[in-house]
Write a protein that binds this ligand. Structure first.
Ligand SMILES: C[S@@+](CC[C@H](N)C(=O)[O-])C[C@H]1O[C@@H](n2cnc3c(N)ncnc32)[C@H](O)[C@@H]1O
Length: 307
């Protein structure tokens, strides 16, 4: 995309994305300027965009980036670090366990260890195939933003009422839906996913949308220091937040701008939040409406609050 078009898009969408090493990108940013920092770093497993290093060296490098992120985080803001396993000689190291002490040293408070479950990935022959990764959700301080209503999901029995007692006849659940819990079943971005780009491990936008809606307000700043093809920035801008991100691979940054351009033009296809996971035993895989624009698939009564 031409430089002028990028500048215009950056201004119109409130997005700041650069091809830069993250420490160089983060250092000039102002203290306490970010409401949400959400990212997925390399796992030190030798992907095309990373050099494999000893685990200690990897953790030290992560600690430097985390330290910058803590500086940038607003009091009451959230930091979400999405990781899987480092694998060496067939032995796995869950990176959230290895990194947890780093966040704790900064005094961050762990609010949830969200399990992200998906169904596609490598088929292992000497251990069980990995089908989840985690998101460590930390806050800076006790008084933090959390808008549960914005991310409620349909209750199993939405019309269920108290059978007896003083509330007999009243709805027993929240009419806005239930808390989504800390196990999130969201398809990962493989070849048949509508969001697939050349990136080998991009976030599904709906995963980040849920965090953006719960942990920020419109106008807040959202940062991804390992942004890849800009999924976090797309999720942020889609909901009226300001998006910041960087990556060291120019091709990924170019794609991120193209995705943002398509978002603004209304042509970016993202898998809708709340779309049920494909179930081969049901007609049309259990999908009520196609194509992807059929958002949201809700069981009434379910009202999504504005913002
Ligand atoms: C797991 S991927 C993140 C993908 C991203 N969540 C998305 O949706 O596209 C990690 C990314 O970190 C980038 N990266 C690696 N080292 C970096 C560094 N020092 N500074 C900035 N980005 C880096 C890689 O190029 C890669 O795209």
């Amino acid at each position: 995309m031409a430089r002028n078009s990028i500048l215009r898009l950056a201004r119109d969408c409130n997005a700041f994305m650069h091809c830069r090493d993250n420490l160089a990108f983060l250092r000039p940013l102002a203290d306490a300027s970010m409401q949400l920092i959400v990212t997925s770093p390399p796992y030190n497993i030798g992907k095309s965009y990373e050099a494999r290093s000893p685990l200690d060296t990897y953790i030290q490098a992560q600690a430097q980036v985390i330290s910058e992120c803590v500086r940038l985080l607003k009091p009451g803001g959230s930091l979400c670090w999405q990781v899987g396993n480092h694998v060496a000689n067939g032995e796995i190291v869950p990176l959230d366990i290895a990194l947890w002490p780093v966040f704790r040293e900064h005094g961050l408070k762990l609010r949830n260890r969200i399990v992200w479950h998906f169904e596609h990935g490598l088929h292992c022959s000497k251990r069980l195939s990995g089908r989840y990764e985690t998101i460590l959700w930390f806050t800076k301080g006790e008084d933090y933003a959390f808008n549960l209503d914005a991310i409620r999901v349909p209750s199993k029995y939405p019309g269920k009422k108290y059978f007896k007692g003083p509330k007999a006849g009243q709805l027993s659940g929240n009419p806005l839906g239930k808390n989504p819990g800390d196990v999130w079943v969201i398809p990962n971005v493989k070849n048949n996913h509508v969001e697939k780009t050349v990136h080998p491990c991009q976030f599904p936008v709906e995963l980040i949308e849920r965090l953006v809606l719960a942990l920020t307000r419109p106008g807040d700043a959202v940062l991804d220091p390992y942004m890849g093809v800009g999924s976090s920035v797309v999720a942020a801008v889609k909901h009226g937040r300001v998006g910041y991100g960087c990556d060291i691979v120019q091709e990924y940054v170019d794609i991120a701008w193209e995705r943002l351009h398509a978002l603004k033009a209304g042509t970016l296809r993202t898998r809708p939040m709340h779309k049920p996971v494909y179930d081969p035993t049901k007609p049309n895989g259990g999908h009520v409406r196609e194509p992807e624009a059929a958002e949201p698939h809700m069981v009434l009564p379910f009202k999504r609050p504005a913002g």
